[in-house]
Structures are given as structure tokens and as C-alpha cells.
Design a protein around this ligand. Structure first.
Ligand code: ADP
Ligand code: MG
Length: 237
């Protein structure tokens, strides 16, 4: 599913966080939102999910205007930095939880949980509790839960920032694999340049509430559009 922002502005009290931004996220791609802390990455993600409402402008999923649609009707999957798993539920119950909310029959929920656990390679952990898992495994559970309802778009907000360097690289490759296997349109938010360049089909660089550049990693590195992008990416020009 394609996502389109048309002149979207987001203002908190007197602070304009996003200033009339326009972009299109192509269907079935993995796009990274990249920028320094406070540049508006999470805000943009929350606007896609419906957790925030834009001050002005329009948001479209394909040709549907979803600007005023509430989050549960948007069919998005969310993954956060801190995993946000339910500590008193097993892995299986965590993955099934969104399906329970949508009243799917229990045997189908179980089947779906197992399918998701296969996809994210935690099928042998289904009866454990989150605290018994490593950070990487917990994030696999969070991804399984986010994908259980077959969302039209997967939104990940700094999903690897709590992991150590080795696990970050391993999980980066896993997220790429899962995205390719499912074909789900995915937004991957990060402040880490290398992470964005190595995982994404396209990177959107944000700074001061504006999109500085949006292109594929090689072009971004070789042809940064301005000084901010070139310094932030650490590219040679
Ligand atoms: P990022 O995810 O890129 O670090 P955010 O989207 O979280 O940035 O925040 C962008 C800016 O908006 C920051 O300056 C932040 O302080 C501000 N901001 C975010 N949420 C709120 C809010 N609910 N009320 C006021 N200001 C906010
Ligand atoms: Mg953020």
C-alpha cells in the first residue's frame, strides 16, 4: 500500500514540528526515516498510524483519504524501541492479542501465531514469557505481533536502538528478510546513518521539520542535496 502526505503540517502549541511536508512512500518498499533526535521522525510515524492528527494537510493510503480515520481502522502494525510486550502474557498470547481484539476464532489465532513465529524464527519460544527472552528475541515477538493482523503497513520506531551493536546488525538483516518475505510496506525510523543506508530501499532525511532529501541509499551517499545531508550522512562531498 502506498502512503502519501500532502502539505502536512504538525504544530504543538506554538512549535511547528512539520512544515507542509509532501512525500509518497511506494508500495511494498522498506523506507527509512533518518534524522537527528527531535527532527520529527516519530511525529511523522504517528501521523501515518493515526496516533496523532495533523494540524493541516491530507494523508492518503492509496486513494483513500485517511486524514481523519482513527488508528484501529488504518490497519497499521507498530513496533517500538522498548518492544512494549505484555509481561504477564506468553509469547504466543502476545502475538495473538491483536487477533483476540478483532474476535478471530481461537484455533485460527493459534495458527496465525505459529505462522508468525515461524516467520520471525521464535517458534521454539512460544510458551515463554517476555522476560525470559533476549532483547533481539523480544523484538522478534513484537514484529510477529505487529504483523499478525496482516497490516497494510508496518511502522517501526527505532526498533533496534535498545540492542547491542552485534544484535543490531543481526536484527537489521532479519527485518530486511521479513520485509522481503511478506512484501509489507515498511517504515523504519532511525537516527543511525549506517543503519538507514544498509537496510532501506529509499531513505527520507528529515531536519527542522522539512524533508531534506528522499532517494535510494547510493544516490543519497554519492549526491547529497545540501550541506546538512552530506554532513549527516558523512558522505565525501
Ligand atoms: P524524533 O522522533 O525525530 O526524535 P519527534 O517527532 O519525537 O522527533 O519530535 C519532534 C519535535 O516535536 C521535538 O522537538 C519534540 O520535542 C516535539 N514534540 C513531540 N511531541 C510533542 C508533544 N506531544 N507536545 C509538544 N512537543 C512535542
Ligand atoms: Mg523519535
Amino acid at each position: 500500500m502506498q502512503v502519501r502526505f500532502e502539505d502536512v503540517t504538525m504544530q504543538f502549541e506554538n512549535k511547528k514540528v512539520l512544515d507542509r511536508i509532501n512525500f509518497t512512500l511506494p508500495s511494498k518498499e522498506l523506507i527509512s526515516f533518518l534524522g537527528p533526535s527531535g527532527c520529527g521522525k516519530s511525529t511523522t510515524l504517528y501521523l501515518i498510524s493515526g496516533l496523532l492528527n495533523a494540524t493541516s494537510g491530507k494523508i492518503y493510503f492509496d486513494d483513500r483519504d485517511v486524514t481523519k480515520l482513527d488508528p484501529v481502522k488504518r490497519q497499521v502494525g507498530l513496533v517500538f524501541q522498548n518492544y512494549a510486550l505484555y509481561p504477564h502474557l506468553t509469547v504466543r498470547e502476545n502475538i495473538m492479542f491483536p487477533l483476540k481484539m478483532s474476535k478471530m476464532a481461537k484455533n485460527l489465532r493459534n495458527e496465525r501465531a505459529e505462522e508468525m513465529a515461524e516467520l520471525t524464527k521464535i517458534a521454539d519460544q512460544l510458551d515463554k514469557y517476555p522476560r525470559q527472552l533476549s532483547g533481539g528475541q523480544q523484538q522478534r515477538v513484537a514484529i510477529s505481533r505487529a504483523l499478525s493482523k496482516s497490516p497494510e503497513i508496518l511502522l517501526m520506531d527505532e526498533p533496534l536502538s535498545n540492542l547491542d551493536a552485534r544484535l543490531r546488525i543481526e536484527m537489521r538483516e532479519e527485518i530486511r528478510r521479513i520485509q522481503q518475505e511478506t512484501g509489507v510496506t515498511t517504515v523504519f525510523v532511525t537516527h543511525d546513518q549506517e543503519e538507514a543506508l544498509s537496510i532501506a530501499d529509499n531513505v527520507m532525511v528529515l531536519e527542522s521539520g522539512e524533508i531534506q532529501q528522499m532517494t535510494d541509499p547510493v544516490t543519497l551517499y554519492q549526491k547529497p542535496r545540501n550541506l546538512f545531508v552530506s554532513k549527516f550522512i558523512g558522505s565525501p562531498i
